[in-house]
Design a protein around this ligand. Structure first.
Ligand code: MRU
Length: 356
């Protein structure tokens, strides 16, 4: 089944009766578009771990719905028992992936709502939890659109912007962050072209970003990751837009492995490099990028995934970090739903979000 307009796609939603979360299995795209209906703790955990649902905001939204779905099935029990179970399930879901802060932040938000409403009759408590998960989802849609609007102020019609990994509608809800400007440009008749890096080893750029942009009718060209330097040198790139999984208080930004290399190249060629992300991805409790935990994934993803046969001898050792941290000194601006923060980021991000 083809998604007609990916921007409007419901990549994550709660089943109407609240009994399950429905997602598009992103591991099968672009060749198959399969919807999964999930309601068991292990399958909800596994969906995040296996990247069936992925992208920092998307896993936060998914986790909020997932914990509601689990809570909805708890046997009759008193408030203390309900809350103890709820916290254990939150911890379980949270242990699926460490780097994107949205996962733990949205689960903490759900926990706070459970705690504040624990004395209410069960039906009202569940209604409050469902409303919170829906609010998290709605807020993400609004933030993505605002980010795209600010991002279009730093480029000119006719520009080509290089992007990395997937920070589009599939990674969020509608528009996306780093890919949002292309959709908004398309909608408003602003000529903006994309160069997508394929993003080894899991190919989010090839499988998801070029798929989403092509379905939306955006002019996009796919390159291998190691071609970023030549297209920059040849003057084919006017700016870079990337997403983020956790932005530290000083502006250091964790994103898909390879992002920091793109930033270093952009600096070398004098090309502006922007990080686009909602406030839910800023971790003010994390002082610098050095404190961000980097997920290590199965070496099989490097040697075997997507290949018919292993592309290295079985005894070859692999190292497979899933993210890297771009030093804030390489970032021209961090584009959030409230505007564009510029260096020094500790001060500008704090001033942008004084309530945090
Ligand atoms: O491992 P993934 O596919 O979840 O990594 C995703 C990214 O690195 C995205 O760029 C990031 O989460 C931002 S999504 C708006």
């Amino acid at each position: 089944m083809e998604l007609e307009n990916i921007v409007g796609a419901e990549n994550i939603r709660l089943k109407d009766d609240g009994s399950a979360v429905i997602i598009i299995d992103q591991t099968l795209l672009p060749n198959e578009c399969v919807f999964l209906t999930l309601d068991k703790p292990e399958e909800l955990y596994d969906a995040i771990k296996q990247l069936r649902v992925r992208g920092a905001p998307a896993i936060g939204i998914f986790a909020a719905y997932a914990i509601y779905v689990l809570a909805e099935k708890y046997p009759e029990c008193d408030g203390d028992e309900f809350f103890a179970r709820f916290k254990t399930d939150c911890e379980y879901l949270n242990s699926s992936r460490p780097t994107a802060v949205n996962l733990s932040a949205m689960l903490r938000r759900m926990c706070a709502v459970a705690e504040d409403n624990i004395a209410l009759p069960r039906r009202e408590l569940l209604a409050a939890l469902r409303a919170e998960a829906e609010a998290i989802h709605r807020e993400d849609m609004d933030m993505c659109r605002a980010i795209a609007q600010y991002a279009l102020t730093v480029v000119n019609p006719g520009d080509t912007v290089l992007t990395y990994c997937n920070a589009g509608p599939l990674a969020t809800s509608r528009y996306g962050t780093a890919q949002g400007p292309y959709y908004l440009a398309k909608e408003t008749g602003f000529d903006l072209k994309a160069i997508c890096c394929e993003t080894r080893p899991l190919l989010q750029g090839a499988r998801l970003t070029s798929y989403e942009l092509t379905l939306a009718g955006v002019d996009c060209t796919l390159i291998c990751d190691n071609m970023a330097s030549i297209v920059m040198k040849q003057g084919k790139v006017q700016a870079c837009f990337v997403g983020c999984d956790r932005v530290a208080a000083n502006g250091d930004a964790a994103n898909k492995i390879g992002t920091s290399g793109v930033a270093i190249l952009a600096k070398h060629y004098g090309i502006p490099f922007y990080v686009l992300g909602p406030s839910t991805t800023i971790d003010f409790n994390c002082p610098t990028g050095d404190q961000i935990e980097i997920e290590l994934r199965d070496p099989e993803e490097i040697k075997e995934k997507f290949y018919e046969k292993s592309m290295a001898l079985p005894q070859v050792k692999c190292y497979n970090p899933a993210f890297d941290v771009t030093d804030s000194s390489l970032i021209s601006g961090i584009i959030t739903e409230r505007g564009i923060a510029r260096a020094p980021y500790r001060e500008s991000l704090k001033a942008m979000f004084p309530e945090v």
